[in-house]
Design a protein around this ligand. Structure first.
Ligand SMILES: [Zn+2]
Length: 188
């Protein structure tokens, strides 16, 4: 036998013993009257299953920390800002004639709240974290903000214009809806 498996025991009006492994924690759910020995024996019989899932979750956590999820360092953020300064104005210059609008200054920021914005004077702001999103997501935000030069609202007309210029808008923007929070959370 290996070392004891640590677990949280929750008793309730259920009929069978159940085990859950989540976030590296083991939870055992047992009926009110099941004896401690029975529970111990059940956990012991499930040992290889529990250990396998603990190991998989540990590996997944490590992978997430190594890749996507960890906080950006100041250097990484500076590199990202430089990349954004190089890439985003190029996309704006590409799409502006397609929308048929002019624009003012382009400012790159790192902000927790938004991906882009457009002022009444036509100055554009973009979040440098867009460089960590798929290219289509960046384009979707660029077209969105440029279309605000025509419509300073999110009306039906506004979205018709967005879709005319960028038919894939909803699909590409959906990526940000789904994963955007993870990106924003990477700001230190
Ligand atoms: Zn908008």
């Amino acid at each position: 036998m290996g070392k004891d498996i640590q677990y949280q025991l929750i008793r309730s009006r259920r009929k069978t013993i159940g085990i859950q492994v989540k976030d590296g924690m083991v939870t055992v759910r047992a009926p009110l009257r099941t004896s401690a020995q029975e529970i111990e024996a059940f956990v012991e019989r499930s040992r290889s299953w529990i250990e396998k899932h603990l190991r998989l979750q540990e590996e997944m956590k490590k992978r997430q920390e190594e890749t996507g999820m960890k906080k950006l360092t100041r250097q990484e953020l500076e590199a990202l800002a430089q990349e954004a300064v190089r890439r985003i104005p190029e996309r704006v210059a590409y799409y502006a004639p397609k929308v048929g609008v002019t624009y003012g200054n382009i400012t790159i920021r790192n902000q927790r709240s938004r991906w882009g914005s457009c002022s009444a004077k036509g100055n554009l702001n973009f979040n440098c974290l867009l460089c960590l999103a798929p290219p289509g997501a960046m384009d979707a935000v660029v077209v969105h903000e440029l279309c605000h030069r025509l419509e300073m609202n999110h009306s039906k007309r506004f979205y018709e214009e967005v879709l005319r210029v960028y038919p894939n808008y909803y699909k590409d923007h959906a990526w940000l809806k789904e994963h955007g929070r993870e990106l924003l959370d990477r700001l230190p």
